[in-house]
Ligand binder design. Sequence first.
Ligand code: CMC
Length: 373
Amino acid sequence: PTVKQNKGGLEGIIAATTAISKVDGTAGRLIYRGYDIHDLARTSTFEEVAHLLWFGHLPDQKELASLHEKFVAERTIPELVLHNIRELPDNSQPMDVLRTAVSAWGAISISGKPSIDQAIAATARFPLFLAAFNRYRQGLEPLESRSELGHAANYLYLLTGELPKEEHVRGLNSYLVLLADHGMNASTFTARIVASTESDIASSLVAALGALKGPLHGGAPSKVQDMIHSIGSVENAEPWIRNAITTGGRLMGFGHRVYKTFDPRAEELREMARVADPDNFLLAHHVEETAQRLLDELKPGRRLYTNVEYYSAALMNAVGLSGDLFTPTFAVSRCAGWTAHILEQANNNRLIRPEAEYTGPLSETFVPLSERK
Ligand code: CMC
């Protein structure tokens, strides 16, 4: 039987079954394979969570060491991919560079059915591709990865050439854990659609990167930063936000398709941003409280709360990432979730192929080209 959706955007439609993560939008809960995100965010590393998503359980020490070794072995960029990254103009968007690099890497490195080894190979390389571009655009050569560093620390090292501070590594690790998976979000759904055609893992990831880039999904954090800069002061918050909402603007970092209460990831990130950068936190927090109050007043009943993107910007800024690396760093994290979903789809596949309700005409009279006016 065909089911018609009400509001569009597939809202409320169950498009797949998954054992990877659950978003409870009413309770404000996020679970990865049974574990509450609050527990994972505070103590786990990105590698532990990637293991959980791919293999279905948290690793013991031996399994974690083995995963680290696999990551280290994959920290290479083929010359052809490096060439592609080098040739792109310095002012390219890092998100576009990442998409291009993954595509070039896939062309020479990936074939056959998606596997966990391919998931590890891709996830290990996302930070390398980004850092290589970041170095080239500064007129510098890319650096060699350091085998003793974990995923988050190595990414920061490759970007800056300096051993990162412990608190920066901890902050980035928590960020990478919090963003690693999130139910049937737009980019994950995209990745699963491509996987459902029995295409390869790199093609799924390229498609997912395209979906993540848009401001309604992963492209919001730099726009949050722009918004806070443009507000500029505590006094300007109320008039600026009131004007934005009443003229039909969308406040970046607020609202969510599934959460109709606080986003648990935003709560974690708020706390981390408060500790990481107390000075900038004051304005960001004031803007948040004002926006929350005005959204409630001017958009009553819509239940618009702070989403994950709002404090992502503040946290990434505090660990030293520039604004145009915010969305690609989201991808560094989400690659674990995307690949887990690609594997889940590929291992129990049926082509994803919904229907459309046709709203065009039904019986136009055909006129040959030579007679058309
Ligand atoms: N600012 C002002 N009004 C909003 C906002 C917002 N951020 N979000 C929703 N609304 C209003 C919208 O105008 C509409 O009002 P009305 O009933 O008067 O027409 C109502 O709330 C429902 O909006 P919708 O477009 O049906 O909601 P949606 O479920 O399709 O949109 C969303 C979800 C995330 C796209 C949207 O809330 C939004 O555009 N937020 C700003 C962009 C943003 O922060 N994106 C990051 C999303 S979280 C990370 C991720 O999932 O990747």
